[in-house]
Design a protein around this ligand. Structure first.
Ligand code: HMG
Ligand code: MG
Length: 308
């Protein structure tokens, strides 16, 4: 019998943070507020416990998220689900408070080039803004998640030093973030570069405070995720139907598809508590609205099976 060492170090269960309504739809043109609400409502019934529902960012830069307040006001909330939003600054946080977001996320970059393009300031300036966000969020009892973009490569600055990611992850956690999501924003990482980066991060940070946020531009996201799981990561950001991208990372495709993660986890005996078919159905519905097809292979396979 073949002995596979890695299987022994895999977690028994993971948490999935569904980022499709935000990361997925921030990159799509003309999605109606109604369709967004329907998507979040469908995902709420699938067993997902955390749905990133919108972003309170400048509508001048990302008009796709300009109706986030209406999305938050329109959804049928489940008591079991955390509905969160991106908040780059105090103004965004105030909007999130008004929208009754359960949790918010600040988003930093490990590279100066992406920080400037994405949020119009340097990394150190962004940390100043974020400390203001964290301070006020704490007063309101709102948990703050941290993102770090470009953890292996940056579309503007090239390769990222793993030590920079490690130091920024520790800084965000020390500032008060309850968890840091590590973004392979342009999906260029491979299991070895992800392993090097995580090795550095996990030198000073508990793996339970880390989430993997891998885009699938080069088809590596699932392999990268498997690598991260083998190294003790138990939180995964994924996107229904593999939707997504970032307006400031041209050509980057969506996050690893939630359906693909669920299928892989089932095969590996990792609990998620999420109904794969319900997520796939939600993915097909929103893709119909977007006039495109899911990029999830698992979703396609399920569809073929059902229509054979
Ligand atoms: P700025 O221009 O430097 O901001 O933008 P400012 O403070 O100078 O304000 C300029 C104008 O924006 C003012 O309006 C503000 O009121 C307004 P005006 O007086 O000109 O009419 N403004 C806002 N409006 C609404 N909501 C706000 C807000 N803040 C200011 N929160 C800013 C700085 C950060 C606001 C801008 O650059 C921005 O909104 N960037 C967002 C970029 C974004 O959403 N990117 C995609 C998400 S990140 C991502 O996808 C990566 C991730 O998935 C992880 C990964 O994959 O790596 C998370
Ligand atoms: Mg992303």
């Amino acid at each position: 019998m073949i002995h596979i060492d890695n299987v022994n170090s895999l977690p028994k269960a993971i948490d999935i943070i569904e980022v499709g309504p935000r990361d997925g739809l921030q990159n799509e043109q003309a999605v109606s507020t109604k369709s967004k609400i329907q998507l979040v409502d469908a995902l709420s019934l699938s067993g997902l416990l955390h749905i990133e529902t919108g972003a309170f960012v400048s509508p001048k830069y990302v008009p796709q998220m300009a109706d986030s307040i209406d999305v938050f006001n329109g959804i049928k909330r489940s008591d079991h689900v955390v509905y969160s939003a991106l908040t780059p600054n105090r103004k965004g946080l105030e909007a999130a408070i008004e929208a009754n977001a359960d949790s918010v996320a600040i988003f930093a970059s490990a590279s100066e080039g992406f920080s400037q393009r994405n949020i119009n300031c340097s990394i150190s300036e962004s940390l100043n803004r974020f400390s203001d966000v964290i301070e006020v969020a704490e007063q309101y009892g709102i948990p703050v998640r941290g993102y770090i973009s470009c953890v292996t490569d940056c579309p503007y600055d090239g390769k990222t030093d793993p030590k920079t990611v490690a130091s920024l992850a520790k800084t965000l956690l020390d500032m008060g973030c309850y968890e840091v999501s590590l973004g392979d924003t342009i999906g260029t990482g491979t299991p070895n570069t992800i392993a090097n980066m995580l090795d550095s991060v996990l030198g000073s940070v508990d793996p339970l405070s880390i989430s993997a946020h891998f885009h699938d531009t080069y088809g590596q996201a699932l392999a990268n995720l498997y690598q991260a799981l083998c190294m003790g990561v138990t939180k995964v950001d994924s996107s229904v139907a593999g939707l997504g991208g970032c307006p400031y990372a041209r050509g980057a495709s969506g996050n690893v598809a939630t359906e693909d993660v669920l299928y892989m986890c089932k095969g590996l005996g990792i609990e998620t508590g999420i109904d794969l078919k319900a997520v796939a159905q939600a993915g097909w519905e929103i893709c119909k609205q977007l006039n495109k097809q899911p990029s999830s292979k698992v979703s396609w396979a399920l569809y073929q099976q059902a229509h054979y």
